[in-house]
Design a protein around this ligand. Structure first.
Ligand code: GAR
Length: 202
C-alpha cells in the first residue's frame, strides 16, 4: 500500500476527493493518506483530515527564524510518516531545498492551468486576464522551480465569456479532482519512472 502525506493550505477539496476514493475503493485503490500537513491553522483542509481520522501537523513560516528552518521542519514532519508519495493539493508555499533533497521525484502537485502557461499562485486569474479560450489543470512532479517539474497528466477546460475567477476555478476543480484521483491511483498501483521531462506509467 502506497503511503501518501498530503499538504494543504485551503479548502482541501482535492484531498477530500482522494479520501473519498480511498473510502469507496478500499485497498484496491492502492494508496492510503497517512498524514496531512499544512502551513496554517484553521483551514477546512485540516478539518477534512481530522474528520477522516488522519493525523495532521502544521508549520507556519512565521514561527521559524527563517524559511530554511521552516523547510527543515516540514521535511522532518513528513519524513516521520515515511511516505512513498507527497501530494501538494492546494499547498501554497514553495517547498525548499531540504524538502526536495529528501523527496525528489516523489512530490506530486496539482495546478489549475495548463502548464507551462500560467504557473504560480494565480493560475486561474492569470489565464482569465490573458484571455485564453481554453485552460485546464496539470498534475506534475515537483522540482526546484515554480510549477516547472515533469508533467504527468493534463486536462483541458473551456473558458466561457462571462466567467469570473471563482466560476472558472470551480469548473477547473471539478475536472482537476477526478484527474488527481485517477493519476494518484495509477502512480500507486502501477508505479512510474521519470526520464528527463517525461513520466512513464507502465
Ligand atoms: C486547486 O485548484 C489547486 O490546483 C490550486 O489550489 C486549489 C486548491 O483547491 N493550487 C494552486 O494554485 C497551486 N499553485 P482545494 O484546496 O479545494 O483542493
Amino acid at each position: 500500500m502506497v503511503r501518501i502525506v498530503s499538504l494543504v493550505s485551503g479548502s482541501g477539496t482535492n484531498l477530500q476527493a482522494l479520501l473519498d476514493a480511498i473510502g469507496h475503493r478500499g485497498p484496491s485503490y492502492g494508496a492510503e493518506v497517512v498524514a496531512v500537513g499544512a502551513d496554517r491553522h484553521g483551514i477546512e483542509g485540516l478539518a477534512r483530515a481530522e474528520r477522516a481520522g488522519v493525523p495532521t501537523f502544521v508549520h507556519r513560516v512565521r514561527d521559524f527564524v527563517d524559511r530554511a528552518a521552516w523547510d527543515r521542519a516540514m521535511t522532518a514532519s513528513v519524513e516521520a510518516y515515511a511516505p512513498d508519495l507527497v501530494l501538494s493539493a492546494g499547498f501554497m508555499k514553495i517547498l525548499g531545498p531540504a524538502f526536495m533533497a529528501a523527496f525528489r521525484d516523489r512530490v506530486v502537485n496539482t495546478h489549475p492551468a495548463l502548464l507551462p502557461s500560467f504557473p504560480g499562485a494565480h493560475g486561474v486569474r492569470d489565464a482569465l486576464r490573458y484571455g485564453v479560450k481554453v485552460t485546464g489543470c496539470t498534475v506534475h512532479f515537483v522540482d526546484e522551480g515554480v510549477d516547472t517539474g515533469p508533467i504527468i497528466a493534463q486536462q483541458a477546460v473551456p473558458v466561457e465569456p462571462d466567467d469570473d475567477e471563482a466560476v472558472l476555478h470551480e469548473r477547473i476543480k471539478t475536472v482537476e479532482r477526478r484527474l488527481l484521483v485517477d493519476v494518484v491511483g495509477r502512480l500507486a498501483r502501477d508505479g512510474y519512472r521519470i526520464e528527463g521531462r517525461k513520466v512513464y506509467i507502465p
